[in-house]
Design a protein around this ligand. Structure first.
Ligand code: IPE
Ligand code: IPE
Ligand code: MG
Ligand code: MG
Ligand code: MG
Length: 359
C-alpha cells in the first residue's frame, strides 16, 4: 500500500479550497502518516450519553463568512462533536467510526448543503447538522464500498481503510453506527422546525435506501456487459447523485424554496452527481493512489461511462453536466449579497475543469 496524502491535488480537479485543515489520522502536508491508533479495549471507557454530544452550533460561524475552507473547518469541528469520543465504550468501535469520519475527505456533501442554503438566503447554522448527517451517511457508505466483498480497497483518505485498520467485523459495525447516528443527528437538528427535521429524515432515508445509494451500489457490482449509457448514468445517479440531491433538497426545504427554485436545485444536483462520478471514474483509471489517497483501478471491470463512451467522450459528457449545473445555479440566481456559492462549490469540487466553462 502506498502512502498518499502529501498532495491530494489531482490532474483533473484541484480541490484546493477543500484541503483539510486538521483531522484525526493523517498529517497535513507532511511525508509521514500518523495513523489512528485504536484505544486498547481494556481502557476505561466513560459513559457518554447522546445528549452530551448535542452542543448547539451557535457562534460556529463568524459574521457571514462564506469561505469554503472556513466552512469546511466548521463542518469538521461539528462532526467531531456529533459522534461519541474515541474513548467511550466500546472504544475500538468509536475509534473506527472516527477513523473514517474525521479523516481528510473533501466534505463535498455538507458543503453543498451549506452553499445551497446560503444562496437561498437561509441560515447556514440551520443546515449544518443536516450536512453533517449527510457526511456520516457518506462515510458509512465508504466503509462498505471498500470492504473485500465490494471494491476491496486498502486505502481511503490517505490512510488504511476501516476494515484494514480495525477488521471487517468492526468496520461493518462502524458503518451501521455512523448510519444510525446520522438519522439521530438529523432528527435532533437545532434551530429548525419539526417539519424541516421530518422532511430531512425522509429525504435521507430515500437517498440511502434500496431505491437510492444501496440499490445503485447493488447494480454497480453487477455490471451487465451491454449496459447502456443511460442505465450506467442511472446507476451513477443512485450510487452517488442521491446524496448530492439530498443535500440541496434539504437546504431548499429549510429555506422554504418555491417549486421553481427546487427545480433548479434538483437540476443542479443531478448534473453535479453525474459529473462527479464521471470525474471519479476518470481518476480511477488515470490517477495515482498517492495523489488521490485511495486505491485506483478498482472500477476497471465495471460498467462506467468511460467503458461506454471512451475517455474523450466521457470528458465531453462531464463538461456538459458541469455546464448544466452552472446554468441551474445561474437560474437560481445570486443571494441578496450578490453571491453565488453554488458556483464556488463547483469550482472547488471540479477544479480546473470549471475553467473552460467560465463565461
Ligand atoms: C468518493 O467520494 C465516493 C464517490 C461517490 C465518488 P468523495 O470523492 O467525495 O470522497 P471524500 O469524501 O472526499 O473522501
Ligand atoms: C462509490 O463509488 C460510491 C459510493 C456509494 C461510496 P466508487 O466505488 O467509485 O468510489 P471510490 O472511488 O471507491 O471512492
Ligand atoms: Mg464502488
Ligand atoms: Mg470504490
Ligand atoms: Mg471510484
Amino acid at each position: 500500500m502506498g502512502k498518499g496524502g502529501r498532495d491530494r491535488r489531482t490532474s483533473e480537479g484541484s480541490h484546493d479550497a477543500l484541503r483539510p485543515s486538521s483531522s484525526q489520522g493523517a498529517s497535513q502536508g507532511g511525508s509521514t502518516l500518523a495513523l489512528a491508533v485504536a484505544e486498547p479495549e481494556t481502557s476505561r471507557a466513560p459513559d457518554v450519553r447522546m445528549h452530551d454530544l448535542e452542543e448547539p452550533p451557535a457562534a460556529a460561524f463568524p459574521p457571514r463568512s462564506r469561505d469554503l475552507s472556513f466552512l469546511r473547518a466548521v463542518i469538521d469541528r461539528r462532526l467531531g462533536l456529533l459522534v461519541p469520543p474515541a474513548a467511550s465504550h466500546p472504544a475500538v468501535l468509536h475509534a473506527a467510526m472516527r477513523h473514517i469520519l474525521l479523516s481528510p475527505g473533501k466534505r463535498l456533501r455538507p458543503l453543498l448543503t451549506l452553499a445551497a442554503a446560503i444562496q437561498l438566503n437561509a441560515s447556514e447554522h440551520a443546515v449544518l447538522d443536516f450536512g453533517c448527517a449527510l457526511e456520516m451517511i457518506h462515510a458509512s457508505s465508504l466503509i462498505v464500498d471498500d470492504l473485500p466483498c465490494m471494491d476491496d480497497a486498502a486505502m481511503r483518505r490517505a490512510q488504511p481503510t476501516t476494515h484494514v485498520q480495525y477488521g471487517e467485523d468492526v468496520a461493518v459495525l462502524a458503518s451501521i453506527g455512523l448510519l444510525s447516528r446520522a438519522f439521530g443527528v438529523a432528527a435532533a437538528a437545532p434551530g429548525v422546525s419539526e417539519h424541516a427535521r421530518l422532511d430531512a429524515v425522509a429525504i435521507l432515508s430515500m437517498a440511502v435506501g434500496s431505491l437510492g445509494l444501496c440499490g445503485g451500489q447493488y447494480d454497480d457490482l453487477r455490471p451487465s456487459p451491454g449496459r447502456s449509457l443511460a442505465a450506467t448514468e442511472d446507476v451513477n445517479r443512485r450510487k452517488t447523485g442521491v446524496l448530492f440531491s439530498a443535500a440541496v433538497e434539504i437546504a431548499g426545504h429549510v429555506a422554504a424554496a418555491d417549486e421553481t427554485q427546487l427545480g433548479h436545485l434538483k437540476a443542479l444536483a443531478g448534473h453535479v452527481g453525474r459529473a462527479y462520478q464521471i470525474l471519479d471514474d476518470i481518476l480511477d483509471a488515470s490517477g495515482s493512489s498517492a495523489s488521490l489517497g485511495k486505491d485506483v483501478g478498482k472500477d476497471a471491470h465495471k460498467a462506467t461511462v468511460i467503458a461506454s463512451l471512451g475517455a474523450p467522450r466521457a470528458r465531453k459528457l462531464l463538461s456538459e453536466h458541469l455546464a448544466g449545473a452552472l446554468t441551474a445555479s445561474k437560474e437560481l440566481g445570486p443571494n441578496t449579497d450578490g453571491q453565488e456559492p453554488l458556483r464556488d462549490f463547483m469550482t472547488a469540487a471540479f477544479g480546473e475543469l470549471m475553467g473552460p466553462l467560465a463565461p
